[in-house]
Design a protein around this ligand. Structure first.
Ligand code: CA
Length: 466
């Protein structure tokens, strides 16, 4: 991809007939030399995503049995979002939203990807019509790297190399063993497109690769997308990470603590490398988790939020979310207005000075920088919506309507963050307004491109013992 011509790159991201401004931006992406030249005007961008972490499982959210000093340091050095959301309560659709800045239902990426029945994989992945954050930043002259879990399609045409990334180290599926990560599986660890026999604990390997990416590209503008599969199942942690958690009697949570510690320490190594190379001030760095904790599967905790991963309650979609950019954003700020992972792309693009978003595509995310610097005092989003099959939710200011199966609930999050008191009988006018808002949003979305990928449909998984 690094050798791809500008014309080929334009074509690959749907700019076959790009406008003059787009062309002028893309002229900056042809070589490392040109990227170096641009340095000084463009900050680096880093997006770190954890997988299936509980809302309550970081120190700055009140966790007491597991220390997360490095994740907490991002909030201390920057801004912590108390009402930070993802656009879906499961892995792949959240990533599709984050990486495009658009509600994933606009392009039918409503469910997880995976091998569908019959092995017809060609249409199951982030639609090729979409432009990614890597496309946008690459077009602005950045070198782009993805490390970790992809989960946006298994077929070659969905590979990160086809979606704006120059480099990739990780796996394509939705989860992976952390210990026997070697060759010969249906879902190998890849460097680029080649399987590698990885020996290191996978979380440590991803941290190693993230640090190496920064070292390789410290003298040019870079974008690093670091998607840990920690702390998703399988529950596996080396002894050295579990040893300090003998006070945790629940065996599953003890392993979880070890997995989380490995990720936190890896993030610490990345932050230390940025400091060592004198890049910290000039790097916009986000940390976000991809969906609420599946408390039964990995012993994560979401309190005080209701429910878990897979639901439209706050425990499914409200996540740890923070950003630091020491050169530009004040340290230690807590921001309470609702924000969403869709905001990462436009914020990063603004920081990079990129304006090429892909023709007439509507972005649902907003550039958060004016809100975080205090220039804008209004809400970044009047309304946020979620849909996954027959379940949906809408948040408008402090009210939230949740529809899970046959149950409907209306909650006031300003006084009831745990969504325990249903107000729909008490506030029929609010209920009506919320339903109207949802229908307006829903009318702009399309039907899912593929159906839900159920575990029993996946041919590569062993049947669970009952
Ligand atoms: Ca997840």
């Amino acid at each position: 991809m690094r050798n791809q011509t500008r014309r080929e790159f334009l074509k690959s991201i749907g700019f076959a007939a790009a406008s003059a401004p787009v062309l002028s931006i893309l002229q900056g992406c042809a070589s490392a030399g040109q990227r170096q030249k641009a340095k000084g005007k463009q900050s680096n961008i880093v997006v770190i995503i954890s997988d299936d972490m509980g809302y309550a499982d970081i120190g700055c959210h009140g966790c007491r049995d597991i220390a997360t000093p490095n994740i907490d340091s991002i909030a201390q050095n920057g801004v912590r979002f108390t009402n930070g959301y993802v656009s879906c309560p499961v892995c792949s659709p959240t990533r599709a939203g984050l990486i495009t800045g658009r509600y994933q239902q606009r392009f039918g990426h409503e469910y997880n990807t995976g091998p569908p029945p019959g092995g017809q994989r060609e249409h199951v992945g982030l639609p090729l019509t979409e432009v990614t954050i890597a496309d946008v930043l690459k077009s602005a002259g950045y070198v782009t790297g993805a490390v970790g879990k992809w989960h946006l399609g298994l077929s070659p045409h969905f590979h990160p190399f086809k979606r704006g990334f120059d480099e990739f180290f990780g796996f394509l599926h939705g989860n992976h063993s952390f210990i026997d990560a070697g060759l010969g599986t249906f879902n190998p660890i890849l460097r680029g497109t080649e399987p590698v026999d990885e020996k290191e604990y996978l979380t440590d390997a991803f941290s190693r690769e993230a640090v190496a990416f920064v070292e390789r590209h410290h003298d040019e503008p870079f974008f690093l997308y670091l998607a840990y599969n920690a702390v998703h199942t399988p529950m596996q942690a080396p002894q050295r990470y579990k040893d300090s958690f003998k006070h945790i009697t629940n065996q599953k949570r003890r392993i979880y603590a070890g997995m989380l510690t490995a990720m936190d320490e890896g993030i610490g190594k990345l932050l230390a490398k940025l400091r060592e190379l004198n890049l910290e001030e000039d790097t916009l760095l986000f940390f976000i988790n991809d969906n609420g904790g599946p408390t039964g599967a990995n012993a994560s905790r979401n309190d005080p939020l209701r429910a878990t991963k897979g639901t439209m309650y706050e425990g499914g979609v409200r996540v740890p979310f923070m950003v630091q950019w020491p050169g530009r954003l004040k340290a230690g700020r807590v921001y309470h207005n609702p924000v969403i992972a869709l905001d990462i792309l436009p914020t990063a693009a603004a920081a990079a000075g990129a304006v090429a978003f892909g023709g007439n595509r509507k972005l649902d995310g907003v550039n958060l920088l004016p809100y975080l610097t205090g220039k804008k005092k209004t809400l970044p989003h009047q309304t946020l919506c979620w849909r996954s099959g027959r379940n949906h939710a809408v948040r408008k200011q402090n009210f939230k309507l949740v529809k899970m199966g046959d149950e409907t609930g209306l909650f006031d999050l300003s006084s009831d963050v745990g969504e325990s008191k249903d107000l729909k009988a008490e506030k029929p006018d609010v209920l009506k307004e919320m339903e109207k808002s949802y229908e307006k949003w829903n009318s702009q979305m399309i039907e899912p491109v593929w159906t839900v990928q159920r575990r029993k449909q996946r041919p590569t998984r062993k049947k669970k013992k009952t």
